[in-house]
Design a protein around this ligand. Structure first.
Ligand SMILES: *Cc1c(COP(=O)(O)O)cnc(C)c1O
Length: 390
């Protein structure tokens, strides 16, 4: 039996120890931790919906109407009118025939990949894909083939090398720790030529990108009726909780029969689905918020550029500063928190070794002044050094 204490100590020594902070306030750009208020650049609540009065109201109405627990799995008696109505709203919104709710995005990815592939099949994944997509390929028992980040030429070569079995390409739509976007239209072409499934995980694009916030696949879906499978989460820009997969009638029926993370789990509380329906309405109407968010992103990038900060190339609300060393990333994160600013240090294994970073996320609830305050603090901590690791 391994000695847990020794392993934990080793983790600390490597600056890889993880711990939690307890929020005493709702999620937002201003949060309270241990009695102190912080300006936060950490959440994925990109539109500030998590604590929106209309969502709170819808959640309460949902609880009044449907109670708290769903009491059973979807295939038993847990599938409520709230879930059904939300699935219909989601399918209509993204422009696919059907959508299927999952309790979490992690479970949705596991469910889709293991329902569609198995032993003898191949799953092709961008090297920087989210852990849930990687784990999904592993539990499906198919062979995981990783290709260099955004390198479709290499993906094409790897696809050509192996033609037996089912093949599925999976990619983050917006890369969660990098903020850059997958070339969805090109991926769809590659998939079509290889007769492979394409699964796009749009956890960070849904609600933020595309017309009315339909996400990074909006144009691709509108332009063609191909078999693109869209997965997106409701716990980020939508401000609630859960996830869905959208696709053809046959795809969704197959998932209902085969996706174990859909079948063998209790349906989420219906009131959450009820609140998600309202969130979807708010997302549709949120163009002014998205416009403001774009301005904040531009302001931050210009300011960070003037300070020669090591920004990654991203046009989304995820604006990471590449630090490299895990200890240094932690030190910067701690120093920022002493300035009253929260920014999470992201370290391996969440990101590749040697690429620890500060993952700054912007929200439509931030003001220009708050972005300037972040830039001022970064300037204080990093000086105007041109050194890549601040
Ligand atoms: C957050 C995230 C998930 C997991 O979604 P949850 O609903 O939080 O389980 C999946 N994929 C990506 C890219 C994510 O960022």
């Amino acid at each position: 039996m391994q000695n847990l204490a020794t392993e934990l100590t080793e983790r600390k020594r490597l600056q890889l120890y993880r711990s939690r902070q307890t929020l005493e306030s709702p999620q937002g750009v201003l949060v309270r931790i241990e009695g102190r208020e912080y300006l936060s650049f950490c959440s994925n609540d990109y539109l500030g919906l998590a604590n929106h009065p209309q969502l709170i109201e819808a959640f309460k109405q949902g609880a009044d109407r449907f109670g708290v627990g769903s009491g059973a799995a979807h295939l038993v008696t847990g599938h409520s009118y709230a879930h059904q109505a939300l699935e219909e709203d989601l399918a209509e919104f993204v422009g696919r025939p059907r959508a299927l709710l999952f309790s979490t995005g992690y479970m949705a990815n596991l469910g889709v990949i293991s329902a569609l592939t198995g032993r003898g099949d191949l799953v092709y994944e961008d090297r920087l894909n989210h852990a849930s997509l990687i784990d999904a390929a592993q539990i499906s028992n198919s062979r995981l083939v990783r290709y260099p980040h955004l390198d479709l030429a290499r993906l094409t070569t790897k696809l050509a090398a192996q033609t037996r079995g089912q093949r599925l390409i999976a990619s983050d739509g917006v890369f969660s720790m990098d903020g850059d976007c997958a070339p969805v239209a090109e991926l769809a072409q590659v998939a079509e030529q290889a007769d492979a499934w394409l699964l796009i995980d749009d956890a960070h694009g849904f609600g933020v990108l595309g017309r009315d916030g339909r996400g990074c696949c909006a144009e691709q879906i509108a332009a063609s009726s191909n078999e693109l499978i869209l997965m997106a989460t409701l716990g980020k820009a939508c401000g609630t909780f859960g996830a869905f997969v959208a696709g053809s009638e046959d795809l969704v029926e197959t998932l209902i029969q085969q996706a174990r993370t859909f079948i063998y789990t209790t349906a989420p509380p219906p009131a959450v689905a009820w609140a998600s329906r309202r969130a979807l309405q708010l997302v549709r109407e949120a163009q002014p918020l998205r416009d403001h968010l774009d301005k904040l992103i531009e302001r931050f990038r210009i300011g960070a550029g003037q300070l020669s900060l090591p920004l990654l190339p991203s046009t989304t609300p995820i604006q990471p500063l590449l630090v490299g060393d895990s200890g240094e990333a932690l030190r910067l994160s701690k120093a920022l928190s002493e300035h009253g600013i929260l920014v999470t240090a992201i370290r391996p294994p969440t990101v590749p070794a040697g690429t620890a970073r500060l993952r700054i996320t912007l929200s439509a609830q931030h003001t220009h002044e708050q972005v300037d305050r972040l830039l001022d603090s970064l300037q204080d901590l990093c000086g105007v050094s041109r050194n890549a690791a601040c």
